[in-house]
Design a protein around this ligand. Structure first.
Ligand code: FAD
Length: 318
């Protein structure tokens, strides 16, 4: 039997902020690896930039493999746009001194936001073992970054529990440690059942975590690939989802509206329960994320008082 869900906390948030609050967005990109991908990256960045994101983040390849490309993309965003870039940084495969030097470089360049992560062990060494002279876990990295400069630091959170965590409680304790070490926001792993997120939010608030916890939304670009990633990070695929995408592998004209609709339904369910900030894993594509943001802005506009409606609709149509 499905667990009964108490949304009291969410109702309180909603009553406090009112239903007409404009939703806020942040967008995640990976650093482009070829001139063609670079062109697409900038096109996507510009297109989604019109939604006035709080920040745009650039991932760091497993084991720091994209380090140069991440730095390049972050600095170009900083210097050539008015967007606020956040650089992802991981502990894996680097000494504390190397990471501190990179953080100092970012700070000197004007980068003020970091998404601080542990990272994963390389695929041929499945068990994560911290490097002797490195930061062992994300909480240690957050503390190290704090010693370097006054960065605004985001960390990862797991509605369905991190696969290596001893228990859900231990994972929540770890999130608390990361926030206590100086992070100010958590961004979640993707999920497809919104109640997984809401239950997690309730557990986090009950454990005394007050920092913003932003749902990570993954619009499905490729269902097979999504299932593979979900399996590796233990994010569950609801039983109703595979049927929706069945037979659509070569039909982008049908698959994309279905994908946008799935992501929009997820966000609308959360928005209706008081969630106001959304972090999108864009996979460097503007279309699906853009469709979802427009729908969320239009929903907010419909609920706004008449004098605010014009403003919000104008924002959605940009
Ligand atoms: C929003 C987001 C963005 C991401 N971006 C990237 C990216 O750019 N590049 C990349 O490589 N990966 C990225 N990842 C993936 C991330 O690196 C992996 O999920 C990784 O396995 C865990 O990272 P973490 O920062 O959550 O680790 P941690 O918070 O350090 O936790 C890792 C595991 O160790 C446990 N743990 C923590 N401290 C201790 C301790 N002292 N003793 C024992 N166990 C402990 C935790 O419970 C957890 O199971 C991202 C994930 C998210 C959600």
């Amino acid at each position: 039997m499905a667990e009964a869900i108490d949304h009291t906390l969410h109702s309180q948030v909603r009553r406090k902020h009112g239903p007409a609050t404009r939703p806020r967005f942040s967008f995640e990109y990976f650093p482009p690896a070829s001139p063609l991908a670079e062109e697409r990256f900038w096109r996507t960045l510009r297109a989604l930039g019109s939604f006035d994101p709080d920040f745009v983040s650039v991932t760091y390849g497993a084991g720091g493999t994209t380090q140069d490309r991440t730095i390049h993309a972050v600095e170009r965003i900083l210097n050539e746009t008015d967007l606020k870039p956040a650089a992802h940084l991981t502990c894996v495969g680097a000494s504390r001194a190397q990471i501190d030097a990179l953080a100092e470089h970012y700070w000197a360049a004007g980068v003020r936001r970091i998404v601080a992560l542990r990272g994963d062990a390389p695929k041929d060494q499945p068990n994560f073992k911290p490097q002797a002279d490195g930061y062992a876990f994300a909480a240690d990295l957050v503390a190290g970054l704090r010693r370097v400069a006054d960065f605004e630091i985001s960390v990862a959170a797991y509605p369905e529990v991190h696969p290596e965590a001893k228990s859900a409680e231990a994972d929540l304790d770890n999130l608390k440690r990361k926030l206590d070490a100086g992070a100010t926001r958590a961004i979640t792993q993707f999920f497809f059942d919104p109640d997984d997120f809401l239950r997690f939010l309730d557990r986090a608030r009950a454990a005394g975590i007050t920092a913003p916890i932003i749902p990570g939304i993954l619009p499905i670009v490729n269902f097979k690939r999504t299932c593979e990633i979900a399996a590796s990070c233990k994010a569950s695929i609801p039983s109703w989802l595979p049927g929706l995408f069945e037979g659509l592998e070569d039909q982008a004209d049908v698959r994309d509206p279905v994908a946008a609709s799935v992501a929009a339904d997820l966000c609308r369910y959360l928005a209706a329960r008081g969630v106001e900030e959304f972090h999108f894993y864009t996979l460097n594509r503007a279309d699906l994320t853009s469709a979802v943001c427009r729908l969320l802005l239009c929903d907010a506009a419909m609920q706004a008082e008449p004098e605010r409606r014009q403003l919000l609709v104008a924002g959605a149509a940009q």
